[in-house]
Design a protein around this ligand. Structure first.
Ligand code: 0X9
Ligand code: ZN
Length: 416
């Protein structure tokens, strides 16, 4: 009997059914003070077992990395050997996550509307149910469509929000979130935008007079659910690639300079580019939605976390597109609005120049191939150890984000 139980446990662990506990996992902030140290960190980032939440970028800006217990002694002695500056942000990620779970259970449901609250992260089925409930409650202004399905057959639902005047073919602002599974604050941010535009329609009617909004709040629901049920720090999609590794980085999978830089060919890596461009049903769906909007699509905004960035093309080269100033102006309007509202600072610039080069992103694709003149990736702030804002942080974070999105949308609407 004992043998049977042990075999079952072993099987679960091998097949990845056991929930990842993160017991003993540590999170470090490591700061490069010179180019040698930066190169050393970049070399370490190639190790598939080192999960860099924040990649090494500029000197004096800390990179954040999560390590399992077996890798910690070697890593720490390396840092000490080279006298590198580092800080242990979490001694044990399992404890940090448990603490937040506790807070979540205690948190109030005061901000709840139609079953959705901004004091907890929502599961994918609840997000889709929320969209449906809005379409039912506001049939003249809201419609929901199934734009595609994920690998595990979850519906990828878009919500289209209009002012109900019946005018067809308006310009469009397209917003998505949840390309990366573990960045939970991003779908929450998209939900808050939906909530404001639909439930607070009178206040924001200027944003809907000549524009419709199309929003896909969770691009990668399989990964999102997996990060809830099994592995909190999962980033990729879930389609198996080899017998041991699953998932493609959806933001390396778009067919524009695909795989040229900042994307891995190793199936187990977190930035795996996929077996081909658009190998994933989720990225195919975003592609089709974007191309369908060619001509009407004026503003593509994709929500990620974290790091407080407003990024624009190009992600595949340090060159800038000819009309980068137009995008820069919109992004700066967003950053200024957020600064004014809460004091939070955002860095504005091209992805390659202010973050790192990474080809195959949705932003480059929307701009280059679907001809959205304004295309921006918004990296929301960190919460908790990075990807895990506490329940009390969710509402302040998404409402601050909304201030920025509102200002950027206003700028686009006035100009295009
Ligand atoms: O690396 C990414 O995909 C984004 N950062 S994240 O930490 N959320 O993973 C940045 C993407 C910027 N855009 C392009 N490189 N095209
Ligand atoms: Zn991301």
């Amino acid at each position: 009997m004992l043998l049977k139980v042990l075999t079952l446990l072993l099987l679960c662990a091998t097949l990845g059914w056991a929930k990842e506990s993160y017991e003993g996992y540590k999170i470090y902030d490591v700061t490069a003070r010179n180019n040698f140290e930066k190169q050393l960190l970049l070399r370490l980032a190639n190790n598939v077992d080192y999960d860099f939440f924040e990649m090494p970028r500029a000197l004096h800006a800390p990179a954040r990395v999560m390590l399992m217990p077996k890798d910690q002694p070697g890593f720490e002695s390396l840092l000490q050997r080279f006298n590198m500056e580092y800080l242990v942000v979490s001694e044990n990620l399992a404890r940090s996550l448990q603490q937040q779970q506790g807070e979540r259970l205690m948190s109030s449901r005061a901000t709840e509307t139609r079953g959705i609250s901004f004091t907890a992260f929502q599961r994918h089925a609840d997000i889709n149910a929320y969209l449906d409930s809005l379409a039912k409650a506001y049939p003249s202004r809201v419609s929901v469509k199934v734009a595609g399905q994920s690998y595990e057959k979850r519906d990828l639902k878009t919500i289209t929000i209009s002012n109900g005047d019946g005018r067809q073919g308006k310009n469009v602002i397209f917003l998505d979130a949840g390309i990366h599974a573990r960045e939970w604050i991003a779908p929450a941010g998209a939900l808050y935008v939906i909530y404001q535009l639909v439930e607070n329609f009178v206040m924001y009617q200027d944003l809907l007079k000549d524009y419709d909004w199309v929003i896909l709040p969770v691009v990668n629901p399989d990964g999102y659910e997996y990060s809830h049920s099994t592995t909190r720090m999962w980033r990729k999609t879930r389609k198996p690639v080899t017998s041991t590794c699953s998932g493609t980085d959806a933001n390396r999978n778009f067919d524009f300079h695909w795989g040229e830089v900042g994307a891995s060919s190793i199936a187990c890596a977190d930035t795996y580019k996929g077996s081909t461009a658009f190998s994933e049903p989720e990225t195919q769906t975003v592609r089709d939605l974007l191309l369908e909007l060619k001509g009407r699509g004026k503003f593509y905004l994709t929500l990620h976390s974290y790091g407080n960035y407003l990024l624009y093309p190009w992600g595949y080269t340090s060159d800038l597109p000819a009309d980068w100033r137009n995008i820069d102006e919109v992004a700066k309007a967003g950053a200024a609005a957020i600064k004014k509202a809460t004091g939070t600072k955002y860095t504005v610039g091209s992805s390659t120049n202010v973050l790192y080069a990474a080809a195959g992103g949705s932003d480059d694709y929307a701009y280059a191939m679907a001809k959205f003149p304004i295309s921006i990736t918004m990296e929301l702030p960190a919460g908790g150890t990075g990807f895990d804002p506490t329940p009390a942080q969710i509402l302040p974070m998404v409402s601050e984000t909304w201030e920025g999105i509102h200002a950027m949308a206003k700028q686009v609407i006035d100009k295009y």
